[in-house]
Write a protein that binds this ligand. Structure first.
Ligand code: CA
Length: 233
């Protein structure tokens, strides 16, 4: 069971989401406005937020940013009716972990929520630590360090880096990254992946103190995926 916040002004969609998620044993709070969502996210912690981008009072992207600041650890999924790719990219950059384009089925939403929550709390006995040059990825503590200084990564950025680090020097396909980091049955667009890679690159580059820092690089393999190369290639 998870604590979910639904932010949706459409009565029909909101009611379907609320009752569907409650039926699957989630604790659900439904807010119909951006102000209401921010008030709710200020008052209580949530495991996952479903955020409609088209809200009556505030811009959805702004609400996204504010919820992300209030709750850095929660999973944030945008619901968008818009077809415009820019909205999706701006939303991901504003802190969303994922998005669903309306209309979507309840089964798809539930599968996505399950995958997110499972990955937010990974289980299993093996939690290795990867050391690549001056980069340390501690998967047990879910912490990342560059030259001894901690770099704050969002949940999916950390999962993505861990996945690449586990296969340092090897090509990892987009399909494998999407299924391992996001959802084993991923069938949606994979722009999410590129936005997270871009964020990760910029955070790691920003964390490197100077040119002496031995940093691995995330290399783009056109038409295939990505590869994490050690500092010396
Ligand atoms: Ca709406």
């Amino acid at each position: 069971m998870a604590r979910l916040l639904i932010v949706e002004d459409d009565e029909t969609i909101g009611r379907v989401l609320e009752s569907g998620l409650r039926m699957h044993d989630h604790e659900v709070v439904w807010q119909r406005s951006g102000q209401g969502a921010i008030r709710e996210a200020t008052a209580a912690g949530f495991d996952l937020v479903l955020l409609d981008l088209g809200l009556p009072d505030l811009d959805g992207i702004e609400v996204c940013e504010r919820i992300r600041r209030l709750q850095p650890e929660c999973v944030l999924v945008m619901l968008t009716a818009r077809q415009d790719e820019m909205d999706v990219i701006v939303g991901l950059e504003a802190g969303a972990d994922d998005y669903l384009t309306k209309p979507f089925g309840l089964a798809e939403l539930l599968a996505r929520i399950r995958a997110h929550l499972r990955r937010a709390a990974p289980a299993g006995p093996v939690r290795p630590e990867f050391r690549i040059g001056d980069l340390v990825v501690d998967t047990g503590a879910r912490r990342c360090f560059v030259a001894g200084r901690e770099v704050r990564l969002r949940a999916k950025e950390f999962d993505l880096l861990s996945r690449l680090a586990a296969d340092t020097g090897k090509a990892v396909s987009r399909e494998d990254l999407m299924s391992d980091v996001w959802d084993e049955n991923w069938f949606g667009p994979t722009k999410t992946l590129d936005v997270h890679v871009a964020a990760l690159r910029s955070k790691l580059a920003g964390a490197a103190a100077d040119e002496q820092t031995a940093m691995p690089q995330i290399v783009t393999l056109r038409g295939h995926g990505y590869r994490l190369d050690g500092p010396h290639g």
